[in-house]
Design a protein around this ligand. Sequence first.
Ligand SMILES: Nc1ncnc2c1ncn2[C@@H]1O[C@H](COP(=O)(O)OP(=O)(O)O)[C@@H](O)[C@H]1O
Ligand SMILES: [Mg+2]
Length: 447
Amino acid sequence: MPGWWALLAAPALLALALAVLSLPWRPPMPLSLAQELEQRQRDLRSLTQEAFQTLHPSDAHAERLGCQELSRARTLGLVGFGITKLVLRAALPSRGGGGGGGELVVALKALHWAGSDVAACLRRYGHRGGCHRLATYKLLKEEVLLQSLDHPGIVKLLGQCSDSNISGPEMKVVTMLELGTPLEMIQLLQTPWEERFKICLDLVELLYYLANSPLGSIGLLDFQPRQFVMVNGTLKATDLDDVTTTELSCQEDQDCILEFPTKRFALQCTTQGKCEGINEKRNLFNAYRYFFTYLLPHTAPLTLQPILKDILNATGDLRYGANETLRAFQKVLHLYKSGLYLQKKTSHLKEYIALKQFHSADAEDYKCWPSYSHLRCMLSVHNAEEAAAICSSHPQCQHFTITPQRTWTGRPLALFHSNLSDLIPGGHMVVYVKQSAASRKSISWGA
Ligand SMILES: Nc1ncnc2c1ncn2[C@@H]1O[C@H](COP(=O)(O)OP(=O)(O)O)[C@@H](O)[C@H]1O
Ligand SMILES: [Mg+2]
């Protein structure tokens, strides 16, 4: 166990967690509430000590935002709230700005005083100070985890501020995090498959990390889409207060039942008295039921559908662990990126005339689904051949262009057009015109 000197080297946050742990709380307080507080204190203490062992030396010197920056924050609005915490969007003056500098827009997380977590505690115990402290432990636990876990799938902790009077009953803690946008499942269902696949892949990469984290295999106990946000197109977990870093203890296999509303799994109790892989398995089944079933199969390329079905079956039956699931996702990604998923059917491209140095007017046109543009039909393609096959399958399509825009996989976006009179000479693009459309218009461009 690290000595007091470790506090000096430790990042401020872990130091704060340890400092809070050593503070007494003021009686009188119902005995059961005091016991619950003690339990949370013990959990936080052991997590904090574990986190000390795993911290990278560079973490000790990481520059973090603190109370000074927070005092100059400009609140921009509420982004969300859950049962325990409230999240605000705020602009902080960026460091070293000297007055003329820009602003850093962040998420501020604090205890939701009127949230159902504190309310339930108050109903039960009627002790405001104790209940606030009980809920604040969750915020501190989340902070310790955010500081010790380092993965693109976990929201980044930028800093924190705690009320200087932390010994008071209403100890106030605010964390500063990178700002994301809450996940909207309904909206996601309307996005192209490639984007939905990315979200599932991000999640699988996170689950692989959690299964092999420096703190051991981590189970997300409150696994729901609303515990995740999107930051610059990447899925990130933000709610880490309800997680476990230890596998469930057991005496026999009967103690290792993993139960969900629609399924139950009987796991094995190891000779060390732990339910084998229960955290990893719980995470995977939740990923299957909340994410994969909705986002993965729908409008996927035809040839990838059997593989995606296998992934769904294997994760839904817990035959795959995080490792196998990640490998299966990587295989799909490879098939997709390389174009190997394309069926080698007859070429459609030969039905098109390639017009160099032409482009299409930037006008509204026919729409297709699921388009990358609200105004036009814009889809991701492997190459001009795939775009030609798509254009041939759309009765409205008369010509298409391959734009320089790329999706996250590096595939180009193609624009499909219905109106030949939109064609304008000039530029560096190539416009592929359906021969039948060109001859109907009796147009000769001399390509
Ligand atoms: N970094 C963030 N950026 C944007 N929104 C966030 C961020 N973190 C959380 N939120 C939103 O705030 C809500 C509440 O945060 P959360 O940590 O889940 O609190 P609780 O523990 O009360 O559920 C989330 O459901 C999410 O919509
Ligand atoms: Mg939450």
